[in-house]
Design a binder for this molecule. Structure first.
Ligand SMILES: Cc1cc2nc3c(=O)[nH]c(=O)nc-3n(C[C@H](O)[C@H](O)[C@H](O)COP(=O)(O)OP(=O)(O)OC[C@H]3O[C@@H](n4cnc5c(N)ncnc54)[C@H](O)[C@@H]3O)c2cc1C
Length: 382
């Protein structure tokens, strides 16, 4: 049993730590203006973060779940808007493309994804259904020129800038989700496609998420990604492995909050000493550190399993569930340790408190993770 990170992962993590430390200097400018300084994106592209999961033949770095999550733990210290474009690249969108796009589709878009020229969006959620994927209403109907897509999507990250969109649609409703749902890679220039609205968010991932409409969008036959009728499986597969990345985000935010709380507890004067003198504060810190250590270990072990080709759905769900809930508890306790300052804009804790909240909802809510874990466990009972 070896708990050391492999050398290449450790080295890239250390490079990332240094880059993150440097990029944190732009946080204030971003908070003041709401605009991410272009140097942030440029730095992430130049240092290979957009390339991590993709094969070398397309300019990628061919890295697995462990590397991606270790890197994401570090990036999560930055405001989400600094790295939110990476979510589809390390989450379900990338898994879909890697596992199911044709060689022609990959050759067409992956080099642009790696260079940052082709941002993508993963469009599954609809106005009336998120967790209940099988209820989506978007359809794709075959005609002589390929497929015609109609429907609408909501809460789509990167929606406004995406040049290629992974669209989930029913191609045969009568076959049900497991036989009638298909995925398409659609260019944003397609006639009939529009970004209708932006939904502002509680966290700092401005400018928000987007509503997309598809009105008689004619796409060619080769826009189909993978096999017709198999996309429900692709969605679950992509979300399952992709949710490790959300767990990593929560580990990164929780660990950052713990670090800030430790510093604050050691310097904040009260009653003739500092607040770290009080057992109540020490117990907060002990619980936070224990939570974050358990979350990190569970997450990295699940990543390791995926990289061995033995990824198990319930382990990814457990890692996401525990890391996001432990991270949320930790950030909440850190805010308590900061007292009034923790509630004030301008403190990283206040931002983390808002930003970590979404990790318990997207890529499968905590309730959906519990359902998944229980379902997988019960399958093992004779
Ligand atoms: C910032 C942000 C970014 C996002 N990015 C994307 C994106 O890029 N692409 C995309 O496709 N989607 C995206 N989403 C959508 C996200 O994945 C959904 O919000 C999420 O899956 C939950 O779906 P919902 O909001 O429809 O909630 P619902 O499915 O309506 O759930 C509401 C509540 O009911 C609970 N619930 C539902 N079903 C069950 C059940 N069977 N058992 C127990 N409890 C249940 C849920 O856990 C939740 O607490 C994003 C959302 C946000 C807020």
């Amino acid at each position: 049993m070896d708990f050391e990170l492999p050398d290449d992962v450790r080295e890239f993590r250390d490079v990332t730590k240094a880059i993150v430390k440097d990029l944190l200097q732009y946080e204030k400018e971003f908070q003041d203006t709401g605009v991410v300084p272009p140097i942030v994106r440029q730095t992430l592209i130049e240092n290979g973060y957009f390339a991590l999961p993709f094969p070398e033949e397309y300019g990628g770095l061919n890295q697995g779940a462990l590397m991606q999550c270790v890197v994401q733990i570090e990036l999560a210290r930055l405001p989400p808007q600094f790295w939110t474009e990476l979510r589809p690249l390390m989450g379900p969108g990338a898994k879909n493309i890697l596992n199911h796009a044709s060689e022609e589709q990959k050759a067409r878009i992956v080099p642009g994804m790696v260079s940052g020229e082709i941002p993508i969006a993963f469009a599954l959620t609809e106005p009336h259904c998120g967790s209940d994927l099988a209820s989506l209403r978007t359809t794709a109907v075959r005609n002589d020129d390929g497929w015609v897509i109609n429907g609408s999507k909501t809460y789509i990250s990167n929606g406004s800038k995406a040049k290629e969109i992974i669209v989930y649609a029913y191609t045969d409703k009568s076959a049900g989700a497991r036989g009638g749902m298909s995925a398409f890679l659609m260019n944003s220039e397609t006639a009939g496609y529009s970004v209708d609205g932006v939904i502002p968010l509680m966290g700092t991932a401005t400018p928000g998420v987007f509503e997309l409409s598809f009105n008689d969008c004619q796409v060619p036959a080769d826009a189909l990604m993978g096999e017709e009728g198999k996309a429900f499986h692709y969605a679950l597969e992509g979300l399952n492995e992709g949710r490790l990345n959300v767990g990593a985000t929560a580990v990164g935010m929780g660990e950052y909050a713990l670090e800030l709380a430790l510093e604050q507890a050691s310097i904040r004067p009260a009653f003739g000493g500092v607040i770290a003198d009080f057992q109540a504060i020490r117990h907060y810190l002990a619980n936070m550190a224990t939570d974050m250590r358990a979350a990190r270990l569970m997450l990295l072990e699940a990543c390791w399993q995926y990289d061995q080709g033995q990824g198990r759905r319930e382990y990814a769900s457990m890692a996401k569930l525990f890391a996001t809930e432990a991270g949320s508890r930790t950030v909440d306790s850190a805010l308590q340790i900061f007292g009034g300052a923790g509630y004030c804009r301008g403190y990283a804790i206040e931002r983390l408190y808002r930003d970590i909240r979404i990790t318990r909802i997207y890529e499968g809510s905590s309730e959906i993770q519990r359902n998944t874990i229980a379902r997988e466990l019960l399958k093992q009972v004779d």
